[in-house]
Ligand binder design. Structure first.
Ligand code: SAH
Length: 276
C-alpha cells in the first residue's frame, strides 16, 4: 500500500512514521510512504502556497493550484475541470484532513486498509480552498472534535491506524482482532453471549454512523466494545493487586472476567456508546 503525504512541512514526518509497527511495515515493504513538499508544485518564484480569504477575515487559506498540481503529478493524470470533471479510481483515496470533515473511526481505517493508495492533503492556516474538498479530495476527514494547527498529525495518525491493519504488519495476526473497536468477536476472550452481541451491535449502529459506500458498510456488523484491561508483573505493585482471577489460569473464568471488565470500562469511559 502506498501513502503520499502532501504538506508544507515535509520534515514533520521524520519522527512519527519511523518507529515500531509502521517502521517495520516500511522495512518489510508492506507500506511505501512518500512525503511530498507542496511547495515543489508551485509555479511562481516565491513558491506561494497560500493567499488571503475572499470575503475578508483572519488568516490565510491554502490555494487550490498547488494541491491540484501535486495530486495530478502523483496520479500521472489530470483530474479535470468544471466542464469535464475526471472519474475517481476506486482503489485510491484522496483524503483532505479537515476539522470540518467526517469523523475518522476504526471502521474508516478498515475500509482504507482495502485500498492500494491514499494521498493525504495536509491543511494549514485557516484551512484549504473549498474547491479542494469539492473537486479534488475523495473524502474530507476529521480525527476528532477539536482543531489542530495542521493536518500533518491527523495524516500520521491515519497512516498508523491503517498500517497496523495490513496483513503481516502486526507480529501476531490475531492481535488486531481482539482490541478496542474490533470488527468481530471471534476469539473466546472477546466473545459475548448471543443476546449481548445483538444489543452491542445495535448500540454501535446508533453510536457510530458508518462512512463510505454501502459495500463497505455491510461488512461492518461489529460491536463497539473497548479492550479489556491488561495487567503484567508484578502481581502486587505498591499494594495495587492484579485481579486474582487472571492469575489462577482458568481460561473460561479469565474470558468471562475480561468480557465483563471490557463492558464495565466501555460504560465508564464511553457512555456515548450506550451499552445495555
Ligand atoms: N478554520 C478551520 C481550522 C483550520 S486548522 C476550522 O475552523 O475548521 C488548519 C488545518 O489543520 C486544517 O486545514 C486541517 O488540515 C487540520 N486540522 C485541524 N483540525 C483537524 C482535525 N480535527 N482533523 C483533521 N485535520 C485537522
Amino acid at each position: 500500500m502506498r501513502f503520499d503525504l502532501v504538506t508544507i512541512f515535509p520534515e514533520f514526518f521524520a519522527g512519527p512514521l519511523e518507529h515500531g509497527i509502521v517502521r517495520r511495515a516500511r522495512e518489510a515493504g508492506i507500506v511505501d510512504i512518500h512525503v511530498q513538499d507542496l511547495r515543489a508544485f508551485t509555479k511562481d518564484r516565491h513558491k506561494t502556497v497560500d493567499d488571503r480569504p475572499f470575503g475578508g477575515g483572519e488568516g490565510m487559506v491554502l490555494k487550490p493550484e498547488p494541491l491540484f498540481e501535486a495530486v495530478e503529478s502523483l496520479l500521472s493524470h489530470g483530474v479535470g475541470d468544471a466542464s469535464r470533471p475526471g472519474a475517481a479510481d476506486p482503489k485510491t483515496a484522496i483524503v483532505l484532513t479537515s476539522a470540518a470533515g467526517k469523523l475518522f473511526k476504526q471502521e474508516t481505517a478498515r475500509r482504507y486498509a482495502q485500498l492500494e493508495r491514499i494521498i493525504f492533503l495536509c491543511g494549514r492556516y485557516e484551512g484549504v480552498d473549498e474547491r479542494v474538498a469539492e473537486h479534488l479530495a475523495t473524502e474530507e476527514i476529521s480525527i476528532g472534535d477539536f482543531v489542530l494547527s495542521g493536518g500533518e498529525l491527523a495524516a500520521a495518525l491515519i497512516v498508523d491506524a491503517v498500517t497496523r491493519l495490513l496483513p503481516g504488519a502486526l507480529g501476531n495476526e490475531a492481535s488486531s482482532q481482539n482490541e478496542s473497536f474490533a470488527e468481530n468477536a471471534s476469539s473466546e476472550s472477546n466473545s459475548l453471549p448471543t443476546g449481548a452481541q445483538h444489543s452491542l451491535a445495535s448500540a454501535r449502529d446508533k453510536a457510530a454512523p458508518l462512512q463510505g459506500p454501502p459495500s463497505s458498510q455491510s461488512a461492518s456488523t461489529s460491536q463497539v466494545l473497548l479492550d479489556f484491561p491488561h495487567y503484567t508483573r508484578p502481581a502486587d505493585f505498591r499494594g495495587w493487586k492484579v485481579p486474582e482471577i487472571l492469575i489462577g489460569g482458568n481460561h473460561a473464568e479469565v474470558a468471562k472476567w475480561r468480557q465483563a471488565a471490557a463492558m464495565e470500562k466501555t460504560r465508564r469511559n464511553r457512555p456515548d456508546l450506550d451499552l445495555p
